[in-house]
Write a protein that binds this ligand. Structure first.
Ligand code: ADP
Length: 379
């Protein structure tokens, strides 16, 4: 076990944290991404420079691996399909990855498989959207999502009324009802090749409107036991119906009426699982290695409460990063700082994260507030 060479498409921070987990078992790991400045290259010498969206680069990289996985979704799936045909193990399966890459196909999958998600229609371009509004087939407010290529809120437009129509994107889109959101939740679930599954506790994500990114994340989520069970069950059904091997992060909305709806999924380690490194028996990164190596899955139990803060580049700074306030923060018990090692900070760029762990639910909030005010990425 753990002697098969794992190739990871993408060499960002999620890859770096996967490599750190893999090192405990001396798993041979290699990466494909465009530059040696990427975070994964700092911890893994077997790094191929190339483009994970390019057929030849992915195919040639995959040929020298036994198992291929991803840390970003937007990879070349035609090459992955050919690698599968030649006997390589590829997780997540390229066919399912293609469904997930396209938000329209993703929504259709939920509908066809009876997985709760908000009502939607698919339209080709801006003109079709305007026509449907004029024909009263779409009513305000609604959300437009580009079917392909969006991330971190880019490719999502909230159209509240006619004044927002200039925000419409001219691209194939999912048009969804605007959900009356009480809380945004996420559940990470894992499945190995034998079909064994393991699910983490639900986390609550609080978004920053300014940066359009998760501002902080709470574990456990402040929801009822019934809601916790429902969210976990939905995530479990999702990975089983998608028949995925590896890790699946399921982002959900808890509505003001109390319904739980799937927003979208990511078939890879996810921002909402960073806290599992410091606050769970098995991290999501270790779990990914276990799942795709068809090893027994690890315990997903939380060991304590956690708050995760993304460490974002300060708005007015660009250049080689400095982590101001670091020593004051790491003095505090349970403040675990993870710096990704990116060469350049930019406004709101994800430069690292901090997980704060504490058994006391009030003290942990005080510590998180202190870290948020104190630790800044500047140049
Ligand atoms: P991305 O893939 O860029 O992360 P998401 O689909 O997660 O895009 O949308 C980004 C954010 O936009 C969500 O976290 C949520 O706050 C908001 N959002 C997305 N869809 C809806 C919706 N149907 N109703 C209300 N808000 C939404």
């Amino acid at each position: 076990m753990f002697n098969k060479k794992i190739g990871v498409l993408g060499g960002g921070q999620l890859g770096k944290m996967t490599a750190l987990a893999a090192q405990n078992w001396d798993v041979p790991l290699c990466f494909l991404d465009k530059s040696l400045d990427m975070p994964s290259a700092k911890v893994c010498p077997d790094f191929t420079i190339g483009d994970f969206q390019d057929y030849d680069d992915v195919y040639n990289f995959g040929k020298q691996c036994d198992i291929i996985t991803i840390e970003i979704e937007s990879v070349n799936t035609a090459a992955l399909r050919d690698l599968v045909a030649e006997g390589k193990i590829v997780h997540p399966a390229p066919e399912m990855l293609e469904v997930i890459q396209d938000k329209g196909l993703q929504k259709e999958f939920y509908l066809q498989h009876d997985l709760a998600s908000s009502p939607f229609i698919l339209l080709e371009n801006k003109k079709e959207i305007i026509d449907k509004i004029n024909q009263k087939e779409i009513s305000f407010p609604f959300v437009q999502k580009a079917r392909k290529g969006g991330y971190d809120g880019k490719g999502v437009a909230v159209i509240k009324n006619e004044n927002d129509l200039d925000k419409l994107m001219d691209t194939p889109s999912v048009i969804e009802d605007l959900v009356d959101i009480h809380k945004e939740l996420a559940v990470i679930v894992a499945q190995n090749e034998r079909g064994e599954t393991a699910v983490y506790s639900t986390v609550e994500m609080v978004f920053s409107e300014e940066a359009n990114l998760v501002e902080y994340l709470l574990s456990p989520a402040r929801i009822s036991q019934a809601q916790e069970d429902e969210a976990k069950d939905l995530a479990m059904q999702c990975i089983q119906k998608m028949n995925l091997c590896g890790i699946l992060a399921v982002e959900m909305f808890l509505t003001n009426k109390g319904d739980i709806l799937i927003n979208e999924v990511a078939p890879r380690p996810h921002n909402s699982g960073h806290h599992t490194i410091d606050a769970c028996i098995t991290s999501q990164y270790e779990q990914l290695i276990r799942a795709i190596s068809n090893a027994p899955l690890g315990s997903t139990k939380s060991t304590t409460n956690a708050i995760m803060l993304n460490l974002l580049g300060e708005p007015n700074y660009k250049g080689f990063p400095l982590y101001y306030g670091l020593s004051e923060c790491i003095k505090i018990e349970g403040v675990k700082v993870h710096i990704y090692g990116k060469e350049e900070t930019k406004p709101y760029r994800k430069m690292g994260h901090v997980t704060i762990i504490d058994d006391d639910k009030e003290r942990i909030i005080e510590k998180a507030k202190f870290v948020k005010e104190t630790l800044k990425v500047i140049v």
